[in-house]
Structure formats: structure tokens, C-alpha cells
Design a protein around this ligand. Structure first.
Ligand code: SAH
Length: 224
């Protein structure tokens, strides 16, 4: 269905501006930028925030969580180096926005969210837009062994340590991209599985994510 309304044209214009901004901040992956130019981010936030959907900022989605800043989504997804048809696991479905981007890039996507309200809303949004994603409600720090191994795993919440389970669910040459550090600031880490028991670890730039809460994450959402 094409929506040729004035409002939709306005959003397409803003979305293209955002893509130019991401390019100017150094995002180069054309497949990713193309995917981001297609996904209507304004449909992943509350209607009261729709008008801010194409600003390069994180926005609240309820339950104290946020839809990540577009630059963060782009930078993190670029690091995943996803190719068409690859099997990808996302931890932290949130609004479902990053899941939609990964689908647009041709990934076979699995995504886990711990808040039932967000899980249900993301499921509805993705269904309405026609994105086929396998969603699960639960603790993503344990991965999703039923569909393992994965070509890529992306964690969209900040972890205190790298959960061992996630590493073990990577294929050989699979990549895990995860922000690791304190509650206020994390370093993006990319771990590539070189062989059955060898890994390469790269430490990249700093970001700020909401906490990854679970068995191998933080014990609570707020500091105690
Ligand atoms: N990728 C999301 C970003 C959402 S923010 C988007 O595009 O909107 C991170 C999300 O991770 C939050 O919704 C939070 O509830 C969820 N989360 C935190 N810890 C988790 C865990 N252990 N398992 C699954 N989801 C988790």
C-alpha cells in the first residue's frame, strides 16, 4: 500500500535528510542506508512523538526503555556486516525498529524482548508492516538455542560482561556486537568466532544504552 498523503511525503523527506546526516557521520554501508531509508521509524514510536521520529535521538517507548538513536542503530548494524539470507539474533526487540532494518537487509531474524508490553507492541507493528521476524518473550542473555548457531548476534542493551551463552551460539566466522561497560557508558565490542575455540575481539567507540537485565546481565533495571 502506498500512502501518498501530505504527512507521509513529509516523513519521507525527513527520513532522507536523516540518511544524509548518517552518511555525514561516517556510515558507509549502502545496503544499510537503503534499508534505513525504507523503514518508517515514525510508526515505531508513540503518535505523540511521531514528529520527532527523524531526529537523530533516542526516544522513550514505555517501560523506561528507548528506541535507540538512529546513528547508534546504524553504527551497530554496520559492525554486524550482515549479508542477505544470514541468520541473525537480536537481544532487546524494544520497538522493533532495528529488527525491521535487519529484515530489510535480508536477514532471517530472531529477536528477544523481556518486557511483555514491548514484545506485544513490537509484534503488532512488525506484523502490520509485513516484516517476518521470530519474536520471543524472555531473557536474551541466554540466547535462543533452538535456532542456534547464528551468523550474527546483536545486543541492543548495555551489558556488564559478555554473556558466555551468546558466544557459544555463534557460527564459525559469526559476529557478536555488544555494548559492554558500566550503567552509564559502554564500549561497543565486536567478537568474531575464528574457529571452534578461537575468537577475535575488537573494542570500538563509546555509547550509552539502557541496561541489559537478566541472568548474565544486570540484576535490576535501576542501580540498587
Ligand atoms: N533494538 C531496540 C532497542 C530497544 S532498547 C529498538 O530498535 O527499539 C533495549 C531493549 O532491550 C529494551 O526494550 C529492554 O527491555 C530490552 N532488554 C533488556 N534486557 C534484556 C534481556 N535480558 N533480554 C531481552 N531484552 C532485554
Amino acid at each position: 500500500m502506498t500512502d501518498s498523503s501530505e504527512a507521509n511525503r513529509k516523513y519521507i523527506y525527513r527520513r532522507n535528510k536523516l540518511i544524509e546526516h548518517l552518511r555525514s557521520r561516517g556510515i558507509k554501508d549502502e545496503v544499510l542506508l537503503e534499508a534505513m531509508s525504507k523503514v518508517p521509524r515514525h510508526l515505531f514510536v508513540d503518535t505523540a512523538l511521531e514528529h520527532r521520529a527523524y531526529e537523530d535521538s533516542a526516544l522513550p517507548i514505555g517501560k523506561g526503555q528507548t528506541i535507540s538513536q538512529p546513528y547508534t542503530v546504524a553504527a551497530q548494524t554496520e559492525l554486524l556486516e550482515v549479508k542477505e539470507g544470514e541468520k541473525v539474533l537480536e537481544i532487546g526487540t524494544g520497538s522493533g525498529y532495528q529488527a525491521a532494518i535487519l529484515c530489510e537487509m535480508g536477514a532471517e531474524l530472531y529477536s528477544i524482548e523481556r518486557h511483555d508490553e514491548l514484545y506485544l507492541r513490537a509484534r503488532e507493528t512488525l506484523r502490520k508492516l509485513g516484516y517476518r521476524v521470530q519474536l520471543k518473550l524472555g531473557d536474551g542473555t541466554k540466547g535462543w538455542s533452538a535456532y542456534a548457531p547464528y551468523d550474527a548476534i546483536v545486543v541492543t542493551a548495555g551489558a556488564p560482561v559478555v554473556p558466555r551463552e551468546l558466544i557459544s551460539q555463534l557460527k564459525i566466522s559469526g559476529r557478536l556486537v555488544i555494548p559492554v561497560g558500566g550503567r552509564d557508558r559502554q564500549k561497543m565490542i565486536r567478537i568474531t568466532r575464528i574457529s571452534e575455540d578461537a575468537y577475535e575481539e575488537e573494542h570500538l567507540s563509546n555509547f550509552k544504552f539502557v541496561p541489559l537485565v537478566g541472568e548474565s546481565g544486570w540484576k535490576t533495571e535501576e542501580p540498587e
